[in-house]
Design a protein around this ligand. Structure first.
Ligand code: ZN
Length: 224
């Protein structure tokens, strides 16, 4: 059996064996970890917020993280969304608007006709909602909160993204990154058009999200 043993390297590996490039490659990871990267669902401490939080779906806490950040917003929330059908996220935005937070949403043009889009609900909540139809698809999924926090990733603001899909989400606390995303948001806002409420236009009844007082629909719809 001795020859077989020789084929396997010793398990202990020194930094010298790894070489300098291994260390260089590891630096970004070490930097993130050092700043408190937290891939867990543990409730965060208000006193010590991690610079970056990472979430994965399905059922990895993405929606809860987004709602938590919205609830902590004090001044402004800028949103870019491709598909937006998440009732808890829409409600959190409406609640934020209700307590005086400036909320503005840009949606992909598909949300004009998307059966379960939250667009009508957002408009009824007094949230400035616009459609960006200048692109094949407006595929950004971004929230910029208080010009301090950026939420982004593959995660659409939908029930399916939370419960069925494989997605990722980052919560990044960095004002400089927030500024870059804000500038991009404003560029898209400039060529976006106000969303026309389908109910007012006599069109589809909309989303099944938390509904205006006229509707008694309570069940939440499946999301695309
Ligand atoms: Zn655009």
């Amino acid at each position: 059996m001795m020859p077989a043993r020789r084929r396997f390297p010793r398990r202990r590996t020194s930094m010298k064996q790894l070489g300098p490039w291994t260390l260089v490659a590891a630096l970004p990871i070490m930097f993130l970890l050092g700043r408190g990267c937290e891939p867990t669902l543990a409730p965060r401490s208000v006193e010590k917020l991690p610079a970056i939080e990472i979430y994965f779906s399905p059922r990895g806490g993405c929606t809860e993280a987004i709602v938590r950040e919205i609830e902590n917003a004090q001044h402004s929330i800028l949103v870019q969304a491709y598909s937006f059908t998440s009732a808890p996220i829409a409600k959190a935005l409406a609640d934020a608007r209700g307590r005086g937070v400036e909320v503005a949403v840009i949606l992909d043009s598909s949300q004009r006709t998307e059966k379960y889009s939250s667009a009508d609900f957002l408009v009824h909540a007094g949230i400035a909602t616009a459609i960006d139809d200048r692109h094949a698809i407006a595929h950004n999924k971004v929230m910029i909160i208080d010009q301090q926090v950026v939420i982004t990733g593959s995660f659409n603001f939908t029930k399916a993204a939370e419960e069925s899909n494989a997605e990722n989400l980052l919560v990044i606390r960095d004002p400089q990154i927030a500024e870059i995303y804000t500038q991009n948001w404003r560029r898209h806002a400039e060529h976006s058009q106000p969303y026309q409420d389908r109910r007012a236009a006599g069109g589809a009844t909309g989303d099944g999200e938390p509904a205006p007082k006229k509707s008694k629909k309570k069940t939440l719809p499946p999301s695309p």
